[in-house]
Design a protein around this ligand. Structure first.
Ligand SMILES: [Zn+2]
Length: 84
């Protein structure tokens, strides 16, 4: 209904990959904030600059969907089209 809009080929499960948002986790080293973008598996602590993997990595539909290859293609295209 909402969000994806004019991209009928994408399923809702990959919206966070197509339109990544930053998520914050507590740094296990210094207690600072580790910023991990929703399309990334690792992030950098803003305080100590160390890299950490996403805690409790959630399975996305890309892990099991039979159309995952199509979605990966779409994600790749979006990333190429969007600068930065
Ligand atoms: Zn830290």
């Amino acid at each position: 209904m909402s969000g994806i809009g004019k991209s009928p080929q994408t399923c809702p499960g990959i919206s966070k990959f197509v339109r990544p948002v930053p998520e914050f986790f507590k740094c296990p080293e210094c207690g600072g904030q580790v910023e991990i973008w929703s399309d990334e598996d690792t992030g950098i602590c803003v305080s100590c600059n160390k890299e950490f993997p996403r805690p409790g990595k959630e399975k996305s539909c890309l892990d099991w969907c039979e159309y995952a290859d199509k979605c990966r293609e779409i994600i790749r295209e979006k990333k190429t089209l969007t600068p930065g």
